[in-house]
Design a binder for this molecule. Structure first.
Ligand code: TZP
Ligand code: MG
Length: 213
């Protein structure tokens, strides 16, 4: 059975933005604020370090029932028994990832355009990461920003849970959810925050308030 997941407040790690506090401690703080899922994204350094941080995150997240998704690396996900894998448009194809990770793990794909939503690509997926909604310094090679309207059109066409990403701040919670997204994926606004718990709580509270309307 597929492991359960909630895209509402999806934290993507960044070792540079976490700074001397480190990724694991930043994540530990952020989940106190209400993060519902964590994607571990590792941009530089050795595979051994990637596995070590991923393993530390499993220990923090699993007892709390918060899934850990590994960016791109199926081998790392399997090595630490992570809950899933997230791939981009130039990574291994979703169908191949699904073969490798089996039916129970969560599989996500980044998409920004309609041509990326073919039945073949969508079939093996559990969710889509859609964006960047806004321009962002966090991913310099990201596609052009798509805005809320296009986000809504992608969500309607995809027929899958969608998490929006790219330049999102707490004041974007309402328009993001109003566009149809199931959650917000955040890097800098939480990873680089002086107080990651407080930053996450601001998003989580706004999401809860929007949904209670
Ligand atoms: N994919 C598309 S935009 C992005 C990724 C990983 C980075 C988003 O970072 P931030 O700091 O939340 O704008
Ligand atoms: Mg990738």
């Amino acid at each position: 059975m597929r492991r359960p997941f909630d895209l509402s407040l999806y934290l993507v790690t960044d070792e540079d933005l976490a700074g001397p506090r480190g990724v694991a401690e930043t994540v530990r703080a952020a989940i106190e604020g209400g993060v519902t899922l964590v994607q571990h994204r590792f941009k530089q350094g050795s595979t051994r370090d990637f596995v070590a941080t991923a393993s530390a995150l499993v220990e923090i997240l699993r007892p709390r029932g918060i899934p850990l998704i590994i960016n791109d690396r199926v081998d790392v996900a399997l090595a630490v028994d992570a809950d899933g894998v997230h791939v981009g448009q130039s990574d291994m194809r979703a169908a191949k990832v699904r073969e490798l990770i089996g039916p129970d793990r969560i599989l996500g794909l980044s998409a920004a355009q309609f041509h990326e939503l073919t039945p073949e690509e969508l079939g093996p997926l559990d969710y889509l990461g859609v964006g960047p909604v806004f321009a962002t310094a966090t991913k310099p090679n990201a596609p052009d920003p798509i805005g809320f309207e296009h986000l809504g059109r992608i969500k309607a066409a995809a027929g899958l849970p969608v998490v929006a990403i790219g330049g999102l701040k707490p004041e974007h919670v309402e328009p993001t959810l109003a566009a149809g997204a199931d959650g917000l994926a955040i890097v800098s606004a939480i990873m680089a925050a002086e107080d990651p718990a407080k930053a996450a709580r601001e998003f989580a509270d706004r999401i809860a308030r929007y949904r209670a309307q």
